[in-house]
Ligand binder design. Structure first.
Ligand SMILES: Cc1cc2nc3c(=O)[nH]c(=O)nc-3n(C[C@H](O)[C@H](O)[C@H](O)COP(=O)(O)OP(=O)(O)OC[C@H]3O[C@@H](n4cnc5c(N)ncnc54)[C@H](O)[C@@H]3O)c2cc1C
Length: 439
């Protein structure tokens, strides 16, 4: 009897990296890829650049027919999985058809969160997560002169920046519940720099403010705010975070909390069922706590680990790191790992004389555990090396001043630290860093 296929659900970062890892280990077992979205894979990360017209289809779609054929993938695109029954090794697609699997990977990603705002379902509000969303925002942006954006997180900022590039004449008002923009990814000084840039670009930013209701009337949209005021605009963009796509697993026996619970092998609590990417809840590299890090590199790595293990190999994921880069309104902002104060973590920061550059590093037991930087494009260049320094848990205390002054030396520190203690003198730093901690 023919072996049952591997089935991967999700045609994006996690799912595709799993398919590639599976095929490196096993070329014989049939491989089925199911995806609700009807198209070949495209880069979600690139949709803001697509929205503002900086890139076209050729760059956005990063896999073509030949790719799927080369990997021997049977495509079932435009089909939504509605249920999984691990006891029978079967899943159900939307039209009721059942598919049997040998090993199953759930890589279903996430979906925009719809907060409990009155009138949300009766009003046109546009989220940004899929290509279809980006296309809808692009079309509406061309028609309007005012927009309200609910939420000032990472995706909202990318979206406003893209809309602003597409049509700078739009009058934007951003409403954010927390006291600063990008509350989960920036500390107050970096957020203040970003806010200043946004305001200098004509964007109204209302932090510490809640949108309690939305409504629409003859093409106008109203956003009712908690202080009793209201915004009268032509378009509303919703950016209130994302939630893992796990609802269809209800009753399946696959354990979920915020996302699908996985171990270091990306295996769920059910035999032969794996999960990876935005829908998976694994472990944080630094704290060891359960976490969903909805970022592309985590999805890539988790997908690869899952694929190896599904094919009978043995690979373990050491845990994910929060890691983000935002280029918006002429400012590059990066954050990685821990950057808010907590016991045992020492914070050191540097601000340039003209206030255009801000950097902060976080050390625990002399090892780098986090960083924030805001300034020019060069601030993003060291992210890969910073990640290596954190993951290798290298002792870098003696370099802290130099690191704050010159992010270009991260690579050199990485090299020298590998050669053992006592080698090389840290470059001299002329400005002293301010120190806070341990707290
Ligand atoms: C505008 C934007 C910008 C971003 N920028 C960055 C960035 O700069 N850096 C970064 O690290 N991350 C960024 N991200 C986040 C990043 O795109 C995600 O973390 C990444 O796409 C997650 O990959 P994934 O494979 O887990 O899930 P997804 O990319 O969400 O893919 C999920 C797949 O599952 C399919 N699917 C879902 N449910 C079902 C179902 N029931 N049945 C069948 N198929 C299903 C979907 O059709 C899709 O193919 C950005 C995201 C957006 C939207």
């Amino acid at each position: 009897m023919a072996k049952a296929p591997f089935v991967v659900v999700g045609n994006s970062a996690a799912g595709l990296n799993a398919c590639e890892a599976l095929r490196r280990c096993d070329q014989a077992t049939p491989l089925i890829l199911v995806s609700e979205e009807p198209t070949a894979a495209y880069s979600r990360v690139a949709t803001p650049y697509y929205l503002c017209g900086e890139i076209g289809d050729a760059t956005l779609f990063f896999k073509d027919d030949a790719y799927y054929e080369r990997l021997g993938i049977t495509r079932r695109f435009g089909e939504r999985v509605t249920a999984v029954d691990p006891s029978r090794h079967r899943l159900t697609v939307e039209d009721g058809e059942e598919l049997t699997y040998d090993k199953l990977l759930l890589a279903t990603g996430s979906t925009p969160h719809r907060p409990p705002i009155a009138g949300l379902d009766a009003t046109e509000v546009l989220p940004h997560w899929t290509l279809a969303h980006a296309q809808a925002i692009r079309e509406r942006s061309r028609e309007v002169s005012s927009a309200a954006v609910l939420g000032a997180g990472f995706i909202s900022l990318l979206t406003i920046n893209a809309m602003w590039k597409l049509k700078p004449s739009i009058r934007f008002t951003v409403v954010e519940l927390q006291p600063q923009v990008m509350p989960n990814l920036l500390d107050p000084p970096a957020a203040a720099m970003l806010r200043r840039r946004m305001e200098a670009s004509g964007i109204t930013v209302r932090t510490g403010m809640e949108a309690v209701a939305v409504s629409q009337q003859q093409g106008r949209k109203l956003v009712h705010l908690k202080d009793g005021s209201r915004l009268d605009v032509e378009m509303i963009v919703l950016g209130a975070g994302v939630r893992p796509n796990i609802d269809f697993l209800h009753g399946s026996g696959i354990a979920c909390q915020r996302g699908i619970l996985v171990d270091e092998r990306m295996q769920t609590n059910q035999p032969d069922v794996y999960a990876a990417g935005d829908c998976a809840e694994g472990f944080d590299f630094l704290s060891g706590e359960r976490v969903v890090h909805a970022i592309w590199p985590t999805a890539v790595e988790q997908g690869r680990i899952a694929g190896v293990n599904m094919a009978g190999g043995s690979a373990r994921y050491p845990g994910s790191l929060s890691m983000n880069v935002l280029d918006a309104f002429g400012l590059t902002l990066t954050s990685i790992g821990i950057f808010s104060e907590r016991p045992g973590v020492e914070m050191y920061s540097f601000t340039s004389a003209n206030g255009d550059v801000y950097r902060k590093i976080a050390l625990r037991d002399g090892c780098l555990v986090g960083m924030i930087a805001a300034g020019g494009p060069e601030e993003a260049r060291s992210m890969g090396v910073v990640q290596q320094l954190i993951r290798r848990r290298l002792e870098i205390h003696r370099w802290k001043e130099a690191l704050l002054r010159n992010p270009g030396i991260y690579g050199r520190i990485c090299q020298e630290s590998q050669q053992g203690p006592g080698l090389g003198r840290p470059p001299t730093a002329t400005a002293s860093a301010s120190r806070r901690g341990p707290v």
